[in-house]
Ligand binder design. Structure first.
Ligand code: ZN
Length: 626
């Protein structure tokens, strides 16, 4: 795709007006100089001399104008001296009398009429200057510079796909799931008739969610490239400006431009810059007026364009979907969400292949090894890695990139990444592997209607180092006491595995413990599931949650009851912990073999996982309810 700034040059008009003005300026100069030209040759004398000459009776005739008196002598005062002289008039009421007495022939010039040019200029120049000033501002606005009037124009860049530089899905690797979902969008853009003919509503908004550097922008460009439609790109932060209302005007402008070029894609990066939840600013009156107006305008525009033959699809990217305003995610807006996550092993290999084509690799390079060593890297990190390696090779005067360069580059990139995101050291990766497999085995054997669908030790999102995905087999609204006990045991499975294998625990289980304790507290305090305490609700439900407190304060209870509650909670968690330990001791070999596999593959899911977990055994002592 070629970059093309979308501007219609007003420069030509600007030039014409300039020329006209200069022309008038020149005329003005001439018209003021011309009449004086003759006068310059007449010698000037003091007024007193003129009066003397009149009194002497030597003046033959005089011609009086506002600026000067020109007069002719009867005879020259000296041989060869000029007889025509001029003087500057003084306010002298007696002059006509004096001249009459001496018989001087005199006349006055008619009051000076403004010349044609002067009239024309006085009418034409001021408006021209005004137009010129307007043009000046308009030019700055069109050029996209930070001019005073530029704030209502959207700063979106437009890419129009052309054959050489077109980005397609082939250029994006490691995000297969996202690609599969976006293929549908390409189809909508290519053949909208097929969908509108049957009455289907083409989606307007797709939200790409994922950590930074995972290629959300590239992916959107690829959608445009595949569909062969123009692509507008703008960052959410570019909407928000100093002036209230400017952002909204920009949104309006952007959609207007886009509609002219439909079918097309609008890509809004960092949607959270304008789409942050409005409830958060409640109470601060006018605190976020500008952002709110911009957001409202965006919603209005998205609601505005109805399902048409030429769709405009808005793709937006964010790495904080939880902060977005709920109104943005409603049907008809960004109702589709596509997860663009960090790539797994095979994804990283594919990404490395793509970027490695851009540099000269020596024959012995094994990209598989590099892919294995870069768990947690996003696409942009891998691109950076290959480039760093090429720089290292060039610095050492080598003609191609070698394995050693790539290895050293990994260290460099990791050092940079450790500051901003998570990259696991090999020993940490091992702990995470056993931890997650611990969750999976316990989760598989516990009741609760959720089956373990996926284990991953690719760091995901902002906090998880690895995860075990449990999918409910049916939608459940009610949980029995056994289900909840099983959930607590499953949550403690990770920590239990660490205890068994490494004999110590890490900080990685903090979130599990939090959640396990929460469930146990709710069982006792909210659901009345404790035999000793009976069916009493000790927690106060209500308002606090809406005010952002999140914690449930207890009812006023006696000290002994409070102690009893704590004891019950403690007992539930302890029993679940014992259960998890017992299960994992019994399935120690399975824990070992699955962990080894996941360290190699990073992700195990589907039938592979089902088959592996099928050989797990539930020991008698760990059965729930016992
Ligand atoms: Zn865990």
């Amino acid at each position: 795709m070629a970059i093309r700034q979308d501007d219609t040059p007003p420069n030509r008009r600007f030039g014409i007006i300039n020329l006209v003005l200069i022309g008038f300026g020149v005329l003005l100069l001439f018209s003021s100089f011309l009449p004086n030209q003759g006068a310059q040759q007449v010698p000037r004398v003091p007024y007193s001399l003129f009066i003397n000459q009149v009194d002497d009776g030597n003046v033959k005739r005089a011609y009086i104008t506002q600026d000067q008196i020109r007069y002719e002598l009867k005879e020259a005062p000296a041989e060869g001296a000029p007889t025509v002289l001029a003087t500057t008039p003084i306010f002298d009421m007696e002059l006509p009398q004096r001249l009459e007495q001496k018989g001087v022939e005199f006349a006055a010039a008619p009051p000076q009429k403004p010349s044609f040019f002067t009239t024309l200029l006085s009418w034409v120049v001021p408006p021209l200057i005004f137009i010129l000033v307007l043009q000046f501002f308009a030019r700055r606005q069109m050029g996209g510079a930070q001019g005073a009037l530029s704030f209502t124009k959207s700063k979106a860049k437009v890419y129009v796909p052309d054959e050489e530089s077109r980005v397609t899905f082939a250029d994006v690797a490691g995000v297969d799931e996202a690609k599969a979902e976006l293929t549908e969008i390409v189809d909508f853009l290519k053949t909208p008739e097929r969908y509108t003919a049957i009455g289907a509503r083409i989606p307007k908004g797709v939200l790409l969610v994922g950590p930074p550097g995972t290629g959300k922008t590239l992916l959107s460009k690829a959608v445009a490239g595949e569909a062969g439609v123009p692509f507008f790109i703008i960052s959410g932060s570019e909407f928000v400006e100093l002036f209230v209302g400017a952002g909204a005007a920009r949104v309006r402008d952007l959609f207007e431009e886009a509609k002219k070029k439909a079918p097309c894609i609008i890509f809004i990066d960092e949607l959270d810059a304008i789409g942050k939840s409005r409830s958060g600013s409640m109470g601060v009156v006018g605190g976020n007026d500008e952002r709110e107006q911009t957001l409202n305008q965006l919603l209005t525009e998205m609601d505005g364009f109805a399902a048409q033959d030429k769709p405009v699809i808005v793709l937006a990217a964010t790495n904080q979907p939880e902060t977005l305003d709920a109104a943005l995610l409603r049907p008809g807006r960004f109702d589709r969400q596509v997860l663009v996550d960090r790539p797994d092993l095979s994804g990283r290999k594919k990404i490395l292949d793509i970027y490695a084509k851009k540099v000269k690799l020596s024959a012995g390079v094994d990209l598989d090894k590099i892919a294995q060593a870069t768990s947690g890297f996003a696409g942009a990190d891998l691109a950076n890695l290959v480039n760093e390696a090429a720089l290292l090779a060039a610095r050492a005067y080598r003609t191609s990139v070698e394995q050693a360069d790539l290895n050293e580059a990994i260290e460099r990139v990791v050092a940079g990444l450790e500051k901003k995101s998570r990259v696991l050291q090999p020993d940490e990766k091992k702990v995470v592997a056993y931890h997650e497999v611990g969750h999976a085995i316990v989760g598989h054997l516990m009741p609760g209607g959720a089956k373990v669908a996926k284990i991953s030790i690719v760091p995901r999102g902002m906090s998880a180092l690895g995860y075990t995905l449990q999918l409910p087999t049916e939608e459940r609204f009610l949980n029995s006491k056994e289900d909840l006990e099983g959930q607590i045991a499953t949550l403690l499975g990770g920590r239990s595995a660490e205890e068994i294998v490494f004999g110590e625990v890490t900080t990685g289980a903090a979130n599990d413990l939090q959640r396990a304790t929460d469930i146990a507290e709710q069982m006792v305090g909210t659901y009345g599931m404790s035999d000793t305490l009976g069916p009493l609700a000790y927690d106060k439900q209500g308002g606090s949650r809406f005010l952002g407190g999140g914690s449930n304060p207890r009812r006023v209870v006696s000290d002994s009851t409070a102690q009893a509650i704590d004891k019950e909670v403690r007992g539930l968690v302890d029993r679940a912990h014992d259960r998890a330990l017992s299960i994992l001791h019994h399935n120690r070999e399975l824990l070992e073999s699955i962990s080894q596999q996941i360290l190699e593959k990073e992700v195990i899911e589907g039938d592979d996982l089902k088959n592996l977990l099928a050989s797990s055994v539930l020991p008698e002592a760990a059965a729930v309810g016992g």
